[in-house]
Design a protein around this ligand. Sequence first.
Ligand code: 5GW
Ligand code: MN
Length: 301
Amino acid sequence: MSWKTTWTKYAGISIVLILLGFTSLYLRARPKVQTRTSWKAPIMWELMFDPRVYDKKHQEEQTTVSLTVFAVGRYLEAYLETFLTSAEEHFMPGLPVTYYVFTDLPEKVPNITLGPMRNLTVVWVKKHSRWQDISMMRMKTISDIIERELQHRFTYVFCFDVDQIFKARFGSEALGESVALLHAWFYKLPKYRFTYDKNPESEAYMEQGDYYYHAAIFGGTCEKVKALTFSCYLSIMKDKLSGVEALWHDESHLNKYFWIHKPSKLLSPEYCWDPSIGDKSDILIRRLIWRPKEYDTLRTR
Ligand code: 5GW
Ligand code: MN
C-alpha cells in the first residue's frame, strides 16, 4: 500500500469519526431559529437530533426518569387522566419512568394502565387556599421529595404542569443536567417585552435576562433540580416575609434562577406549544400542547 492510499484511508476514517461525534446534534438543521445559546447550551428543535442515538445512549447508561405533576382540587378531574395516558404514549418511550402525582384527593386519581418499566406513586398534599400558593408551593414539595426519595432512585426528574397533553415524542433527547423551556408566547419577542418581575423588593427582581422561560416544564438531574426548587422556595418565602409577591409567582423566581444558573439545555416551544398562537411557522412538531383554561369552572374562588 502506497503512502497515499494509507493517508486517504486515515483521512477517511477521521472524517467519519468526526461526523459521528457531531451527529448527536445537527445545529444547522434549523437555519431560521437559534439552536444554541451564547453559553453553548443546545436549544432542541425538531430535525436537530436522531432520537435513536439518544435512546441507545440512555438505555446503555440505564437512565431512570421521574416525573412530578400536581393535580390539586378541580384540576384533577379536569386534566390528570389525559395528561397521564398521553404521557404513557409519548414521554420517554423505552425508558423506565415513575410518575409522582401530588394531590389533595388521592382516592380520585384515575386508574391508568401503565406500560412495562413504568410506575405511578400518589402523594397527598394539602390544598392551599390561594391558587398562587398552590402553584408556588410546588417548589417546596418537589424539593422535599427529591431529598427524601428521588435522588436515591432516579437519574433525572422532570416537573410538569398538568393542564397539557402529549401529542408526539417527548423523549430522552430532552434530558440534561439542567433543562429549561422557552415560553411559546415569548420566544420570538424582543427582550424588553419579557415579563420578568420588575419590583426591586422581590427576590425575583431582574432587569435583564437571556430568555423568558416557561415554568410549565423544567427538569434535570436530581441534584440540579433540588438546588433549583429549594432556591426558588427560599426566595418565595423571603418575599412573603417582605410582604411582596412576584409578578408571575413561581415562574418569576424560576426565570431569576436560570438567569444566575444557566441551564445546560433549552427546549424549543415545540415541547410545549399553545395551539391558539397564530404564527406556527417554526413549529414542525407539537410534542405537547396546552389545554384550554376553563377559567369559569376551575378558577372560581
Ligand atoms: C387553580 C386556579 C388558578 C391557578 C392554578 C390553579 C391550580 C393549579 C389548581 O387549582 N390545582 C392545581 O393542581 N394546579 C397546579 O398548578 C396544576 O398542576 C397546574 O398545571 C399548575 C399551574 O397552574 P396553571 O396551569 O393554572 O398555571 P398557568 O401558568 O398554566 O396559567
Ligand atoms: Mn399550566
